[in-house]
Design a protein around this ligand. Structure first.
Ligand code: EPU
Length: 471
């Protein structure tokens, strides 16, 4: 049954490259926002639900998207990608066993489980362990697949799902509004017999985009973007052309880059309405907001006022933006608290920011950031996508030169970041060299901040829950 095709190694850009930033330039101007990575990946997975030719537009040219293209190819699809367009021909889809190498490269490849289970009534997923953002199990996905009628077996970390009678509609009350579980279950339920209701569903804009894509394919989904999503199963779906939403996390990243430099940055091809809490924080930090259709910008004060953040599921403050806001707050006027309730290791940036002189105390999931006059450039290593962008933001302000290694993390999540920041006035370039810094994904040294520090806000999974790696 296993057909592991296309096993040649995938070259990830940035592995031996250094990003060198000379800080101090005030950013100003417009930046065009790319399509959303986290909307693109589930939509690519959803194409597996129908036979046909899909054309997806506004697709960012990112390492993660290229790996996902390999995942689809490995399953038998024909794919092509150029200048923001991704073509997927699913007519010869024939494999329902995921390639462990590809899952190991990218956690999001588990998103093909739902569509494959719906199409073949069975799917096999060999799961590797470890992850830079904490354990990241998939038990909520499996909980839902089981309710939809799948039998689950786990032999030495290889999970097999089998629904002998096909999937049946049901009520799934998720223990936590997991983005990936909501997406996987919504996709699986489109072809199930009868009605499925997902309660406590994730409400992120990427869920709504996926539901719109599925509905265009002929699915009957209501309530995406609310806590309760209803899916009436249909017999089959058809291929479509679709344009994905702008990347709200990239938008927030450029706004934070503007904030730390006291700049005026406007993001175009953006969705301001996907950033409610983030825009509130920018206003609290002293920014004047400029909001228009498909446009959002800030005029920043010379030095931001200090603001903190507690991350919660959408519409709360996004865990993906926390590292960038924290970077901007290292030079703010005052001190503030950051809490991440979503991921265990979302504070990977702290150790590196401290190397740059930041004054941060850390305890479990809580960090106290005291603003200093300025950071000092030095050699740092990017530990994950969003921490990488936090280091870029810090480097844009720091005195002297900041050199960031492990650049592949940045390029997994950001399209042309050097070109875009240069156009805004930043002084940065990519060079080929090796730095004497290593990725350190251990948590930063902990200094007591608050007794509530280690409290997690969603049910913790059993230690032996199936786990997948990387972002
Ligand atoms: N969780 C479980 N069991 C599960 C699923 C999730 O315990 O079965 C836990 C996770 O370990 C985590 C929390 O629930 O602690 C939230 O996980 P969720 O499933 O919501 O996240 P995800 O689907 O794995 C997506 C994004 C992440 C983003 C999170 C939260 C994609 C491809 N990834 O991940 O994006 O941080 O939602 O919003 O959509 C990034 O872009 O850098 C990134 C990490």
């Amino acid at each position: 049954m296993a057909r592991f095709l296309n096993k040649k190694p995938i070259v990830q850009n940035g592995e031996s490259q250094i990003l060198s930033i000379t800080g101090g330039n005030r950013l100003s101007g417009e930046v065009v926002i790319s399509g959303s990575k986290n909307a693109t990946l589930p939509i690519m997975a959803a194409s597996l639900l129908a036979k046909g030719d899909f054309t997806l537009t506004n697709i960012p040219n990112l390492a993660d998207v290229r790996v996902f293209k390999e995942v689809l190819k490995d399953l038998g699809c024909v794919t092509d990608f150029n200048t923001g367009r991704c073509y997927i021909d699913t007519n010869s889809l024939g494999n329902n066993v995921l390639n462990p190498d590809l899952i190991g490269r990218m956690r999001a490849s588990v998103l093909v489980m739902g569509p494959l289970l719906a199409r073949f009534n069975e799917v096999t997923v060999p799961l590797p362990g470890g992850c830079s953002l904490g354990p990241r199990p998939i038990d909520y996905h499996l909980f839902g697949f089981k309710l939809l009628g799948a039998e689950i077996s786990d032999i030495n970390g290889t999970i097999s799902l089998y629904a002998p009678k096909g999937l049946r509609g049901t009520i799934i009350d998720l223990p936590f509004p997991s983005v990936g579980a909501t997406e996987n279950l919504m996709m699986a339920a489109t072809l199930a017999k009868g009605m499925t209701v997902i309660e406590n569903a994730a409400r992120e804009p990427e869920i709504v985009d996926l539901a719109e894509f599925l509905n265009m394919m002929g699915a009957e989904i209501n309530g995406a973007g609310t806590r309760s999503i209803t899916i009436r199963g249909v017999n089959d779906l058809h291929s479509v052309n679709y344009s994905v939403i702008p990347d709200r996390i990239e938008t927030a990243s450029f706004l934070m880059a503007g904030l730390i430099t006291g700049g005026d940055v406007t993001c175009v091809n953006a969705s301001p309405w996907h950033l409610p809490v983030i825009l509130e924080k920018l206003e609290e930090a002293g920014c004047e907001l400029i909001i228009d259709t498909e446009k959002v910008g800030i005029k920043s004060p010379p030095r931001p006022k200090s603001v903190g953040a507690k991350t919660t599921p959408y519409p709360g403050f996004a865990t993906d933006v926390q590292p960038m806001l924290m970077a901007a707050m290292t030079i703010a006027d005052g001190e503030n608290i950051f809490m991440d309730t979503i991921f265990e290791n979302r504070f990977n940036q702290i150790k590196e920011l401290i190397k740059m002189g930041a004054d941060i105390e850390f305890n479990g999931r809580v960090a106290l950031v005291r603003g200093i006059d300025n950071l000092t450039g030095c050699d740092v290593a990017a530990p994950d996508i969003r921490a990488a962008m936090a280091l870029v933001i810090a480097g844009l302000k720091a005195d002297g030169e900041t050199r960031i290694s492990n650049l592949e993390h940045l390029l997994r999540g950001y399209e042309n970041p050097v070109e875009k920041l240069t156009a805004l006035g930043a002084d940065l370039k990519i060079t080929e060299e090796t730095l004497d810094t290593k990725t350190d994904t251990t948590q930063p040294d902990k200094t007591p901040v608050s007794d509530e520090a280690t409290v997690s806000e969603h049910p913790q999974s059993d230690d032996d829950s199936p786990v997948v790696s990387t972002n």
